[in-house]
Design a protein around this ligand. Structure first.
Ligand code: GTP
Ligand code: SPV
Ligand code: MN
Length: 588
């Protein structure tokens, strides 16, 4: 399929290591994918769903011990330990390669080795990058086909001589939890993943390449790879402004990216267009502004909670050619179900573990991190700019997370430097997207804690440098929190579509059309500037959501100091100054 010697030599080397029975190059053709679908069905990796209700859709269940990203088994193996920084696991690359070689040695004996050339970003875009993933999983092949642009087009994009491609090696091996490793060698452009079959660990184009490796490349090449959705907000005059938002895993990116405006806004002509729901690659354009592309070609979205009211666009995206992972299998009509889809859990069903499920016994039928893999073209609100090789110009960057208290509904940073401080000090309650405890507040700078492929202190510096480059054309920076709770633990803000009310203020601020009030932490809207029309929320409740509790923020400062302490002399001075300023503001 290619004459590229760099590719061919690497493939030969990997073949010698894993010793497959058979080798198949993925060309991206419909005939070949059909064949692989059939192999996947025959070997039991996938089950076919109801062709009338869910045409082209498949169901997959992972092993019970393999349902989320494994951050304690994820490594950044830069040559020098200090280049991985205090927030990443590190081992000496030589030792790590030796350990992994033992695990990969002969691992594909009796199996087929699939070679997937793929392109992150639109084919033909100067911002796109090519990867090649070797895998022994048909689940990976079929998911990569949805999530990226696979096959001959990707090889064409790489060309016959370039060595600039990410080398991804994956084997599910025995799904042995104790020997599960997700390892990145940024200086070698390489990712080795073994003993997992779960999305974020094995779809190597996604978090492994498009964030961990790409963030390292971006720092060296002067751009940014971020855990951000990209949306276009169209106003009644037909003007579209683009916003990027970084929220940690399972904190609302897919939902915000596909938002349907509340009726009063929809009637006036407001619309939201989805460019991306998880990852953004950003660069300064010829006009000096920051431009974003979505490197992905599909959505690997959280299933639970997705329904006709919360996110009809996501639901519509999953009605054909979609792969469902770890959801409930409804045996009556061979469809799927998950908690929060509707109020009618199927009576005759199998849960995510593959067991007969009794929906009245109080157990969850779908795993909390169950997912759908849906083609972006299925999305009713996909942006006309989705495939634009130049991307879209960004007006605002929004940070956010899950905070029951402390963080207000929305505030604006006073400057780019202050915005970098706000992003770097983000915290959020952990979710089921990663193995480990759920609901624990942890610092998650720019929602990149699990995804930054180098020293996070240098990453903060890179953000500051990008701001200097962009100057007064830099996007404005904001922070939001949809997740404040009352004393009974209920969310106070309705969220979902109603988040448009906040996006509107954000865009108005970027356009110089809305006022703000100064608080110790940044600019906040005047409560009367948030349009509450058609919403059952009082002005007092809104004021409560915007309240900055000084004593909680003093605790926050203590938490930030402790976190910043990890970075030693690689913490930029600008951020120390911002912290001092926040502390002084709170003492005023
Ligand atoms: P990843 O794919 O893991 O990166 O997640 P994500 O950031 O795309 O999160 P997603 O949009 O899938 O939402 C995760 C969960 O948060 C779902 O259960 C949603 O129902 C819930 N959620 C999303 N937006 C809101 C909101 O505005 N308010 C509330 N209360 N919940 C929300
Ligand atoms: C996330 O966890 O942020 C996801 C899902 O988007 S995964 O691809 O598993 O990383
Ligand atoms: Mn994500």
């Amino acid at each position: 399929m290619t004459k590229n010697k760099n590719v061919l030599e690497w493939i030969e080397e990997m073949k010698a290591l894993v010793q497959p029975d058979k080798v198949v190059w993925i060309d991206g053709s419909e005939e070949q994918l059909k064949e692989i679908r059939n192999i996947s069905l025959a070997c039991g990796e996938m089950e076919a769903l109801n062709e009338e209700k869910l045409p082209g859709c498949l169901l997959h269940r992972t092993a019970i011990n393999d349902v989320a990203r494994v951050e304690n088994k994820t490594f950044i193996c830069s040559r020098k330990k200090e280049d991985a920084g205090p927030t990443n696991n590190w081992e000496d690359p030589k030792e790590m390669y030796a350990k992994l070689r033992r695990l990969f040695d002969g691992v594909m004996k009796g199996r087929t080795m699939y070679i997937i050339p793929y392109c992150m970003g639109p084919i033909g875009s100067p911002f796109s990058k090519v990867g090649i993933e070797i895998t022994d999983s048909t689940y990976v092949v079929l998911n990569m086909d949805i999530m990226t642009r696979v096959g001959t087009d990707a090889l064409k994009q790489l060309g016959d001589v370039s060595n600039d491609f990410v080398r991804g090696l994956h084997s599910k091996a025995d799904i042995d939890e104790d020997n599960r490793y997700i390892v990145h060698f940024p200086e070698d452009n390489a990712i080795w993943s073994v003993n997992s079959g779960y999305g974020g660990n094995v779809l190597l184009g996604k978090k492994c390449f498009a964030l961990r490796i790409a963030s390292y490349q971006a720092k060296n090449e002067g751009w940014m790879a971020e855990h951000m959705l990209i949306l276009g907000l169209e106003n009644p005059q037909g003007e579209i402004k683009y916003v990027c938002a970084a929220f940690p895993s399972a904190c609302g990116k897919t939902n915000l990216a596909m938002l349907i405006p509340p009726e009063v806004f929809a009637k006036k002509g407001y619309k939201v267009w989805t460019v991306g729901d998880d990852i953004a690659w950003l660069r300064p354009g010829p006009d000096g502004r920051l431009w974003a592309i979505n490197p992905e070609n599909g959505f690997f979205g959280v299933a639970p909670g997705t329904n006709i009211k919360s996110n009809p666009n996501a639901l519509a995206s999953t009605r054909k050619n979609t792969i469902f992972t770890n959801v409930v299998h409804n045996l009556d009509d061979n469809t799927v179900w998950w908690e929060g889809l509707d109020k009618n859990p199927p009576k005759n069903a199998v849960n995510w573990k593959g067991e007969k499920w009794d929906c009245t016994d109080g157990s969850k039928g779908a795993h909390p991190n169950s997912r759908f893999t849906a083609p972006a073209i299925n999305c009713p609100c996909i942006s006309s700019e989705f495939n634009n090789p130049q991307g879209v110009p960004i007006s605002a960057i929004v940070f956010g997370g899950r905070r029951a208290k402390t963080a207000p509904l929305v505030y604006q940073a006073r400057s780019w430097e202050h915005g970098v401080f706000v992003g770097s000090t983000m915290a959020s309650e952990t979710t089921a997207a990663a193995a480990g405890a759920v609901g624990v507040v942890r610092r998650d700078p720019m929602a990149m804690l699990p995804f930054c492929g180098y020293h996070m202190g240098d990453y903060f510096q890179h953000w500051l440098d990008m701001g200097k480059k962009l100057g007064d054309k830099a996007p404005k920076i904001f922070n939001v929190n949809w997740f404040r709770t009352d004393d009974e633990g209920h969310f106070i803000w309705p969220g979902f579509g109603d988040n448009l009310r906040i996006l509107n203020w954000i865009i108005d601020r970027c356009e110089g059309k809305a006022d703000a009030v100064e608080t110790p932490i940044g600019y906040e809207p005047k409560p009367e500037d948030i349009n509450l029309e058609g919403l059952d929320i009082s002005m007092d409740t809104l004021k409560g959501l915007l309240n900055v509790d000084i004593s909680l923020w003093k605790e926050e400062v203590a938490g930030i100091k402790e976190f910043y302490g990890k970075f030693g002399d690689r913490l930029p001075n600008e951020l120390k100054e911002q912290l001092a300023k926040l502390e002084a503001n709170l003492d005023k």
